[in-house]
Design a binder for this molecule. Structure first.
Ligand SMILES: CC(C)(COP(=O)(O)OP(=O)(O)OC[C@H]1O[C@@H](n2cnc3c(N)ncnc32)[C@H](O)[C@@H]1OP(=O)(O)O)[C@@H](O)C(=O)NCCC(=O)NCCS
Length: 170
């Protein structure tokens, strides 16, 4: 991936988010709900925008864009409330762009923004144990596994453990 850019997520991005949230397999190990129709995506996007509009302590949500402006995915980071300066990141790339270093380029950019803000001391992330692409990705970025939450992820009547990762911002 040569370069990517970020724009702030807005209601015009419904087609892009639909490409993520209507992918049942890709949503399985995320906190995003699988949504089969664009109408449902529109409603969920409105709720998400309202949630983030409440002046919460967060980075993003950002749309990851290719050089041609294409919607490639979403990413962001939220204060997790556990301690001042501790933020949890999340990331979701469109399936047809997997394996092209989009997540790597985007999350490195996100981490740079977090570092430059001066308000982030520790970045955390969680990955479902069966979501090997996600936890391998975190390890490649330099995150260390700090623990495991038993039965930390529930979807479609099933339960999985989650790995916890963290990386100090220095
Ligand atoms: C996890 C995800 C973000 C990876 O995005 P991506 O753009 O394909 O990742 P990259 O191309 O930047 O890969 C970087 C590293 O991640 C790991 N990785 C990515 N895909 C992998 C796979 N299928 N199997 C094993 N490791 C994988 C590798 O370590 C890879 O480095 P390498 O190519 O040098 O081996 C993407 O699969 C995705 O969006 N999944 C659905 C959403 C999700 O699960 N999000 C996480 C929970 S919030």
């Amino acid at each position: 991936m040569e370069s990517i850019g970020f724009t702030n997520l807005n209601l015009d991005d419904v087609d892009g988010v639909y490409s993520l949230w209507s992918d049942e397999g890709a949503t399985l190990f995320t906190n995003f709900k699988y949504l089969a129709t664009k109408d449902e995506c529109q409603q969920r996007l409105e709720k998400m925008m309202a949630f983030y509009g409440q002046n919460r302590d967060h980075f993003g949500p950002f749309v990851i864009r290719g050089t041609d402006g294409n919607f490639l995915g979403l990413t962001g980071g939220d204060a997790d409330g556990s301690a001042p300066g501790t933020y949890e990141i999340w990331y979701f790339v469109r399936r047809d762009y997997w394996g092209k270093k989009v997540a790597t380029t985007a999350v490195q950019h996100l981490l740079g923004l977090m570092k430059n803000s001066g308000r982030v001391k520790l970045v955390r992330a969680e990955a479902v144990v069966d979501n090997e692409p996600s936890w391998r990705f975190l390890e490649k970025l330099g995150f260390s596994r700090s623990g495991q939450i038993l039965a930390g992820h529930k979807k479609n009547g099933k339960t999985w453990d989650r790995y916890c990762y963290s990386m100090p911002v220095i």
